[in-house]
Design a protein around this ligand. Structure first.
Ligand SMILES: NC(=O)c1ccc[n+]([C@@H]2O[C@H](COP(=O)([O-])OP(=O)(O)OC[C@H]3O[C@@H](n4cnc5c(N)ncnc54)[C@H](O)[C@@H]3O)[C@@H](O)[C@H]2O)c1
Length: 268
C-alpha cells in the first residue's frame, strides 16, 4: 500500500530515542502509524548497530518513517532547531514524548550531593523538558488539527522516583518530582485548548541506565519488591505511551500512569 504523503499522518517527537525506553516508545508509536522524530545527544550516523540509526532501521522494517535528530534537550537555545527539523520533515507535530533523562554519575548520600550533579540533573530532567514542551505546545496550537487524527498530546516520562525517595540519588528524585509537577501544570493550562498532557512513571526497567545496578535490583525483585515479579521492559512503557498518543485516554488529561509492575500498590 503506498504511504500517505507527509503532513497527512500524525507525527511524534521522542527525546532520548536512541536506546532504552525511548527506543521502545519509538517502535510502539511507529507500529501505531506515527511518523517519528527521534532526538538524542548521541548521534552516530555511521553506526547502524546501536543508537538512533539502529532505531531507524527497525522503524523501516516496520514500514514506518523515522528521522534522527542530534540534540541536547538541556540546551534550550537549540530547541527551535530540533523542532523545526521535526516539523520540516513531518509537516506537523502531534505528540511530544519527553523521555530523555539522566541518572547521577555517582550515587552518594543526600549529605554528599554536589551542586554540579544537582544542576546537571535538574537541567536535563526538568528544565529542558519544560521549555521543550512550552515550545512544542505553541506549535501544536498554531497548526491545523489532523483530519481523523489523534488530538495533540504531550507525555512526560518521569519515574516512580517522583514520589519514592532514594536517599543515594536525591537530585534524581527531585528532578523527577519537578517534572511531574510540570506535567500537572501543562495539563491544567492546555486542557481547554485540546492538548492532552500525561505523566508516565516507569518503575524498574531493564536499560543501560539500570545496567550498573542490575545485581542489586535482581535481588530486590527476587525478594518481592515488584508485585508482578519481573523487570519492566522498554516495550511495557512503549505500549502505555502508544495508548496515550492514539487517544485512548482522551478524557483523562493530567493522568499519572505507573508502569512499574504494581510498585504503586501499598502493601502490609
Ligand atoms: N530505566 C529505568 O528503570 C527508568 C525508571 C524510571 C524512569 N526512567 C526514565 O526514563 C527515561 C529513559 O531512561 P532509560 O532507562 O531508557 O535511559 P538510558 O540512559 O538507557 O537512555 C537515555 C537516552 O537519552 C539520551 N539522552 C541523555 N541525555 C540527553 C540529552 N540531554 N538530550 C538528548 N538525549 C539525551 C541518551 O543518549 C540515551 O539514548 C529517563 O528519563 C529515565 O529517567 C527510567
Amino acid at each position: 500500500m503506498p504511504k500517505k504523503p507527509r503532513g497527512s499522518r500524525p507525527a511524534a517527537v521522542v527525546t532520548g530515542a536512541g536506546r532504552g525506553i525511548g527506543r521502545g516508545i519509538v517502535l510502539a508509536l511507529a507500529r501505531e502509524g506515527f511518523d517519528v522524530v527521534g532526538i538524542d545527544i548521541v548521534f552516530e550516523p555511521g553506526d547502524r548497530r546501536k543508537g538512533l540509526f539502529e532505531v531507524k532501521e527497525r522503524v523501516r522494517e516496520l514500514g514506518g518513517r523515522f528521522l534522527p535528530v542530534a540534540g541536547d534537550i538541556a540546551r534550550i537555545e537549540d530547541h527551535d532547531r530540533m523542532l523545526d527539523a521535526a516539523a520540516g520533515v513531518c509537516g506537523r507535530i502531534d505528540v511530544l514524548v519527553n523521555n530523555a533523562g539522566v541518572a547521577p554519575a555517582e550515587r552518594v548520600g543526600v549529605l554528599e550531593t554536589g551542586p554540579a550533579s544537582y544542576d546537571r540533573l535538574l537541567s536535563t530532567n526538568a528544565r529542558g523538558p519544560f521549555f521543550l514542551s512550552q515550545n512544542a505546545a505553541k506549535r501544536m496550537l498554531a497548526q491545523k488539527p489532523l483530519e481523523n487524527g489523534p488530538a495533540p498530546a504531550i507525555v512526560f516520562i518521569t519515574s516512580i522516583s517522583a514520589a519514592v525517595s532514594s536517599a543515594s540519588r536525591a537530585e534524581y528524585c527531585i528532578s523527577k518530582a519537578a517534572l511531574s509537577m510540570a506535567a500537572t501544570v501543562f495539563a491544567d493550562a492546555l486542557a481547554a485548548k485540546g492538548i492532552g498532557v500525561y505523566e508516565v512513571r516507569p518503575g524498574i526497567i531493564a536499560t543501560d541506565m539500570t545496567a550498573g545496578v542490575k545485581k542489586r535490583y535482581d535481588r530486590l525483585i527476587a525478594e518481592g519488591l515488584v508485585p508482578q515479579g519481573r523487570w519492566g521492559r522498554p516495550e511495557d512503557v512503549g505500549r502505555a505511551v502508544a495508548a496515550l498518543a492514539r487517544g485512548d485516554f482522551a478524557f483523562s488529561t493530567g493522568a499519572v500512569i505507573e508502569v512499574s509492575g504494581g510498585m504503586n500498590v501499598r502493601r502490609l
